[in-house]
Design a protein around this ligand. Structure first.
Ligand code: B12
Ligand code: SF4
Ligand code: SF4
Length: 399
């Protein structure tokens, strides 16, 4: 008689169950995507002592000169999340991606400048907080109770890139930008400090390897060492934050940038792998929001400036800053044909800062019309700074 073999006991398989804080973290990140936050990752609310050391060194070395708000005290506060909320339990680092192919400058015969991509559409200071607030409401609905939260983006009280790097949202490139897998560095960052127990993500174990393209290609040499930007030499600083004259030795290297600069990101190999899927709110409403006419910027009234750029980050440069930048850009890419526009600005702009930079541009372009305009401006100008620019242009420039 055959005897059935006894059934073997089945091995007990232990499938790890996600902890409640892990499961909640996943659901929060899924909700973030639904609210238009392309990427998100979580880190603890612990302090950032190693970042504080970096910030102090950079301030001491003068790399942040010109941004008077960037004091050692502010730096210390920005590395301690507990100065923002009594008991934060997690930080949700969020980002909106904005890379996309564009048609480039139109071939319409108009000399045009260039606005950096992040500033072409709706101001990210408006977009990110709006989406974070909506996400916060959804999180409260999910957990069924109120959750204390603090929203931040581009705020002097936290270092956005440091949070993103520690959360593993991305990793630091040598251009100091946080590179996000699948999106390159084309991601604007924000944070939500939350009184909610969420499992932190891990930092990414990535770096640039031997690449140094951004360092070599920065037009002004502002990336003075890997991960180190000398802000006073950065075109982004000069076109956005600088309120006075742009140092003459930099002007000729600024190309056609009139607001910000994207060079160290455009040349990065990770840009080639970035998703061509810009957030619709970051797209320009018109060509003037991406490649503005330089004569147009030089002649622009306050009313036109506000009407066109209200609600975009470009407002930060103010009308006078944008006109000054346009003069420099026209000096770089213009020809003798542009002398009449520059002459009008050098002789008649209501801001001496713009008259002076237009004189510089005339000096750079050279030619008979430029020299005549400079001579007339010299007779008429009373502002000391603008006169000094005319003098330089007559001597060193338009010969
Ligand atoms: C001040 C400021 C500027 C200044 C100074 C730039 C700078 N690099 O500091 C100026 C006006 C020049 C500027 C320009 C730009 N900015 Co800006 N800026 C800021 C701001 C307000 C503070 C940055 C800061 O703390 N700087 C202090 C210095 C020391 O930090 P850092 O240069 O970033 O250096 C970090 C790394 O290099 C790293 N690090 C240092 N040493 C080492 C060593 C190793 C081995 C490693 C791995 C890392 C590492 O640690 C540092 C601290 O995080 C932040 C918003 C915020 N509140 O955080 C936005 C911010 C950094 N800017 C941003 C952007 C988009 C720009 C521009 C691209 C805009 C443009 N198109 O013109 C350029 C890029 C210039 C550049 N290559 O950095 C984004 C960056 C997004 C991203 N994915 O990285 C931010 C985060 C704004 C935002 N909320 O999205 N900016
Ligand atoms: S933003 Fe432009 S000027 Fe500034 S570091 Fe990058 S490439 Fe250089
Ligand atoms: S260009 Fe090269 S060195 Fe610079 S951030 Fe990109 S990968 Fe890093």
């Amino acid at each position: 008689m055959d005897v059935e073999p006894a059934a073997q006991p089945r091995p007990l398989l232990l499938v790890p169950q996600p902890s409640p804080r892990h499961a909640l973290a996943q659901r929060v990140k899924t909700l973030a995507r639904k609210h238009g936050l392309t990427v998100s990752a979580i880190t603890s609310a612990a302090a950032f002592p190693e970042v504080l050391t970096i910030l102090r060194d950079r301030i001491a070395a003068g790399h942040l000169a010109g941004m008077d708000w960037f004091t050692a005290e502010r730096a210390a506060a920005s590395c301690e999340p507990r100065t923002l909320m009594a008991e934060p339990r997690a930080i949700l680092s969020v980002g909106v991606a904005y890379w996309g192919q564009d048609a480039g400058k139109p071939d319409d015969g108009v000399p045009r400048g260039r606005i950096s991509r992040y500033a072409r559409g709706v101001d990210y200071h408006e977009v990110l907080p709006r989406r974070m607030r909506a996400l916060h409401a959804s999180i409260e609905a999910l957990v069924g109770h109120a959750v204390e939260c603090r929203f931040l983006t581009d705020h002097a009280r936290i270092v956005d890139r440091a949070v993103a790097a520690r959360a593993g949202l991305g990793w630091y490139g040598k251009n100091a930008c946080v590179i996000v897998p699948g999106h390159g560095s084309w991601v604007m960052l924000g944070e939500m400090l939350l009184d909610l127990d969420l499992e932190p993500d891990r930092p990414l174990d990535r770096d640039c390897g031997r690449c140094a393209i951004c360092i070599d290609r920065c037009p002004t040499g502002a990336i003075v060492a890997p991960y180190t930007i000398h802000a006073p030499a950065c075109i982004s600083f000069q076109t956005i934050e600088q309120r006075g004259a742009i140092p003459r030795e930099l002007r000729g290297r600024m190309g056609d940038w009139v607001f910000g600069c994207d060079v160290c990101q455009e040349v990065c190999p990770y840009t080639g792998a970035a998703a061509d899927d810009p957030d619709p709110e970051f797209l320009p409403a018109s060509v003037e929001h991406a490649y503005p006419s330089l004569p147009g910027l030089l002649d622009m009234s306050t009313r036109t400036f506000r009407g066109r750029y209200r609600g975009t980050a470009v407002m930060r440069a103010r009308r006078v800053g944008l006109a000054r930048n346009a003069a420099v850009a026209l000096g770089n890419i213009g020809t003798e044909d542009d002398a009449p526009v520059l002459a009008r600005a050098a002789l008649g702009h209501d801001e001496a800062l713009v008259r002076g930079h237009a004189a510089w541009a005339l000096g750079r372009i050279g030619g008979r019309a430029a020299r005549q305009a400079l001579a007339r401006a010299w007779e008429r100008e009373r502002d000391v700074g603008a006169r000094e620019e005319i003098e330089w242009a007559l001597e060193a420039g338009a010969r």
